[in-house]
Design a protein around this ligand. Structure first.
Ligand SMILES: [Fe+2]
Ligand SMILES: [Fe+2]
Length: 121
């Protein structure tokens, strides 16, 4: 995966999220992957949201709404994982990768710029 951000923690966490989503699409996926993905995503989202609050980020509302949508999606996945077969896990993994790519290279980039600019002041 190419670099997603010039902010080290943000990039590192995105990379791990992509790895976990990849694992979800692999053979014999373990329920633990769903749990780890939920925890890791939550940890990452709350960190970004903490930053938004601290720097009075003007687009926080829409960004948090996007996170909430993902949170809801993951929660449903976690609750239903026992009914998932391999094909479904693969399509879920694909769906999440596409979603995350759009988020990370879209709305997250705006936040990255704002955080970097606020540090330069
Ligand atoms: Fe992010
Ligand atoms: Fe985000």
């Amino acid at each position: 995966m190419k670099k997603t951000s010039d902010i080290i923690w943000q990039d590192k966490q995105h990379q791990i999220l992509f790895q976990l989503i990849d694992q979800l699409g692999m053979k014999d996926v373990d329920a633990q992957v769903f749990v780890s993905l939920c925890h890791y995503a939550e940890n990452h989202f709350s960190l970004e949201e903490e930053y938004m609050a601290q720097i009075n980020y003007p687009y926080a509302r829409e960004h948090i709404m996007a996170h909430d949508k993902f949170r809801k999606e993951l929660k449903t996945m976690l609750e239903q994982h026992h009914e998932y077969d391999e094909a479904l896990c693969q399509s879920l993994s694909l769906f999440l990768t596409e979603w995350l790519t759009r988020h990370v290279f879209g709305i997250d980039k705006k936040l990255e710029e704002f955080i970097l600019a606020s540090k330069r002041k």
